[in-house]
Design a protein around this ligand. Structure first.
Ligand code: NAP
Length: 247
């Protein structure tokens, strides 16, 4: 893997220790990172999943994002279609988290109004630490109870809809300030619209897919938000981009 941007580092090889430093969350009161992989023509899924778009360097930085976070944030659809089970740390993750003074296992926070998150979803039932379900008061009481009975902590953050700012505040209230959002596009669109993004980590996968796949953010149009390219790395034909949101 090598640097492409900024220009003073272009061409230089980056080793694992430097990569980890580059992907370490800054000491800010809140740092919300969104991770996506897209094909060169902008598709966010292939056959309904993100994984076929991913490459080994993408998986390496995705893992760093989770390993160095306090919490993983994910939309209900992504959690279910990707069969997300929460973090199950291996030796490398355990050692890395210990070195950074992080909790042994970061919890997952799933956003759902109740429609797309069954109580037996693996993100709840197979997690090693209780999953937070970020929901709203309008979610049926029996659904909320089923999530709790399955082991989740249910957090109500709005009346009819989930208020993204209140949801993120609920994470901060629990000391979870390094937030690793792993999608999907509806959740990301809501976070961007609410001005909650700090950093976008975007992998451009070397493939064209055409078709009708969506892109990384969806939802109502917003005033274009400017980004600053913080780093670009390359490995083989994969591009790993880090953008900072301009506040
Ligand atoms: N390429 C990548 O890196 C990547 C990453 C992630 C996902 N994906 C792909 O994206 C697709 C899923 O996309 P998606 O946009 O439908 O998924 P999503 O954002 O993960 O989930 C959407 C669902 O999450 C809940 N939700 C999200 N934002 C909400 C908000 N502001 N208020 C209330 N509820 C909210 C709702 O659940 P309820 O219906 O339960 O209310 C909503 O239906 C999959 O094909 C997945 O593979 C790709």
């Amino acid at each position: 893997m090598h640097h492409i941007w900024p220009p003073e580092h272009a061409g230089r090889v980056i080793d694992d220790a430097e990569l980890e430093r580059l992907y370490t969350y800054p000491a800010a009161p809140r740092w919300l990172v969104a991770n996506f992989v897209a094909s060169a023509d902008g598709a966010v899924e292939l056959g309904g999943r993100a994984r076929p778009l991913s490459t080994p360097p993408d998986r390496k930085v995705l893992r760093l994002g989770a390993d160095l976070a306090d919490v993983l944030l994910i939309g209900a659809t992504t959690a279910t279609v990707e069969n997300f089970r929460g973090v199950h740390p291996d030796q490398q993750t355990r050692a890395r988290r210990h070195r950074h003074g992080l909790a042994r296992i970061p919890p997952t926070a799933v956003v759902s109004t109740g429609r797309s998150l069954p109580a037996d979803a693996p993100v709840i039932t197979q997690a090693q630490v209780p999953t937070l379900v970020l929901t709203c008061a309008a979610a049926p009481a029996r659904t909320q109870k089923a999530w709790s009975d399955a082991g989740a902590e249910v957090v109500v953050t709005g009346d009819d809809t989930i208020d993204p700012a209140a949801a993120v505040s609920a994470l901060l209230d629990r000391g979870l300030r390094r937030i690793d959002c792993e999608g999907g596009p509806h959740l990301f669109g809501a976070l961007v619209a609410a001005g909650l993004l700090d950093e976008l980590r975007l992998t451009i996968s070397p493939m064209l897919t055409a078709g009708t796949a969506g892109r990384i953010a969806t939802g109502p149009a917003i005033e274009p938000a400017n980004l600053r390219l913080a780093s670009a790395l390359g490995e083989g034909d994969t591009l790993l981009l880090r953008y900072l949101a301009q506040q």
